[in-house]
Design a protein around this ligand. Structure first.
Ligand SMILES: [Zn+2]
Length: 325
C-alpha cells in the first residue's frame, strides 16, 4: 500500500500509538474470525516472500529478483504460461514471457510478473478478469518508512504485501484446478510503493485491448484480518453493481466473514490504475495497523488463516465475474 507523503503521513505518525492501542484492544476482545488449520501453501509463500533474506524487496534488488523468480516457479509448476512474450522489448530478459521489465523514476530494473488461466468457454476466452497484488516493498528506506528512527533496517512487508502476493498464488492453485468461463490474469506488480508504476506499465504496454479486461480485484494488505471486518473499496467500480454487492453480502454470510464497504484506500493502490483505464475494480484490505511501513511488519504477526478466508472471498468474486452471463 502506497504511503502518502505529506499531511497524511503526519496524521499516521500522530495516530501511531492509537493504532497500537486499538490492535491490543481488538485482540483482547475475542477470538480471530478464521479458525482451523493453517493453510500450508499460504504459510510457505509468505514465509519465503517476507523472509529477511529478501531485504524488503525494493525494485531491482537481489531480494526482489529472488521473489520474482519464485513466483514464476510456482506458476510453472501449475503448468501456466507467461503473458508478456508478445510485448517483451528487444534484448530484455522476459523469462519465458512471465516478466514485464521496466524502469521508472527511481525504480530501476523493476519487473511485473504475469500469467493467465485460460477460460473454459471458447466464446469468452479472450475476456479477462484480473487479480493483482504488488510484491515490492520499501526495502530499508527511511524515507518511505514510518519508523525512520530505526535507521536502515529491513522493512519486511509481510502484510504489505507478501499477504496479497500469497493470496494470488493460492488463487492460481485453486482457479487452475477448475477454471471459470472467462480467462483470469494473475498479476504481481512491482514498484507500487514508489507510485504504482507496475500497474501503470501494464497499461503502457498492454497485452490486449483495454475492453478485454472486464474486472479487477486488488489484494493489498490482507494479512491482518483478526476479528475483522474485511474492508472492500468499491469506489473504483464504474457502475452500480447491485448483483455483485448482493453476491458479496451472501458470500460474507456463508464464510462468516464480516465485510465493510469503504473508500479509505481509494487511489492508494493498483486498482486505482485500472479504474483510470476504464476497468471496474475493487480492493480487499484488512486495515492499517501500527506495523504498517515499519520493521515490525513481520511474518510472525500475520493472521495466515485470515489470508485463507480473504482468499475464499476473492475466489468467489473472481468466479462470479468470470462466469457472468
Ligand atoms: Zn505499502
Amino acid at each position: 500500500m502506497k504511503y502518502l507523503v505529506g499531511v497524511q503521513s503526519r496524521v499516521f505518525r500522530l495516530t501511531r500509538q492509537l493504532f497500537a492501542i486499538a490492535v491490543l484492544v481488538s485482540s483482547a476482545c475475542g477470538p480471530p474470525l478464521a479458525l482451523g488449520p493453517i493453510p500450508v501453501g499460504i504459510q510457505t509463500d509468505v514465509a519465503f516472500i517476507a523472509s529477511p533474506q529478501q531485504e524488503g524487496r525494493p525494485p531491482g534488488s537481489a531480494g526482489s529478483r529472488r521473489v520474482g523468480d519464485y513466483l514464476v516457479k510456482q506458476y510453472k509448476a501449475l503448468g501456466l504460461r507467461g503473458i508478456f512474450g508478445a510485448v517483451c522489448p528487444e534484448r530484455a530478459d522476459c523469462g519465458d514471457g512471465f516478466f514485464q521489465p521496466f524502469s521508472a523514476a527511481n525504480a530501476r530494473n523493476a519487473r511485473n510478473v504475469g500469467t493467465v488461466i485460460l477460460g473454459s468457454d471458447a466464446s469468452v476466452v479472450d475476456e479477462y478478469v484480473v487479480v493483482g497484488a504488488h510484491y515490492d516493498h520499501i526495502g530499508r528506506s527511511t524515507f518511505l518508512s514510518l519508523d525512520p528512527e530505526a535507521g536502515d533496517v529491513i522493512r519486511p512487508g509481510a502484510d504489505d504485501n507478501a499477504s496479497g502476493t500469497a493470496a494470488v498464488l493460492e488463487l492460481a492453485r485453486r482457479l487452475s484446478a477448475k477454471p471459470p468461463r472467462r480467462s483470469v490474469i494473475l498479476l504481481n506488480f512491482d514498484a507500487e510503493e514508489l507510485g504504482m508504476f507496475g500497474s501503470a506499465e501494464f497499461f503502457a504496454r498492454p497485452i490486449a485491448p483495454k475492453r478485454a479486461f472486464r474486472f479487477m480485484v486488488n489484494l493489498d494488505m490482507v494479512g491482518r484480518l483478526g476479528r475483522g471486518p474485511l474492508e472492500i473499496d468499491r469506489s473504483t467500480l464504474m457502475y452500480d453493481a447491485p448483483d455483485l454487492l448482493a453476491m458479496l453480502d451472501s458470500a460474507s454470510r456463508a464464510l462468516t466473514l464480516p465485510i465493510k464497504f469503504t473508500n479509505s484506500i481509494e487511489a492508494r493502490s493498483d486498482h486505482a490504475t485500472f479504474r483510470l483505464n476504464d476497468v471496474s475494480a475493487i480492493a480487499l484490505f484488512t486495515g492499517f495497523h501500527g506495523d504498517y511501513h515499519r520493521s515490525t511488519d513481520t511474518v510472525g504477526r500475520l493472521d495466515v488463516r485470515g489470508i485463507g478466508l480473504v482468499t475464499d472471498l476473492a475466489e468467489a468474486v473472481v468466479r462470479f465475474e468470470a462466469n457472468r452471463r
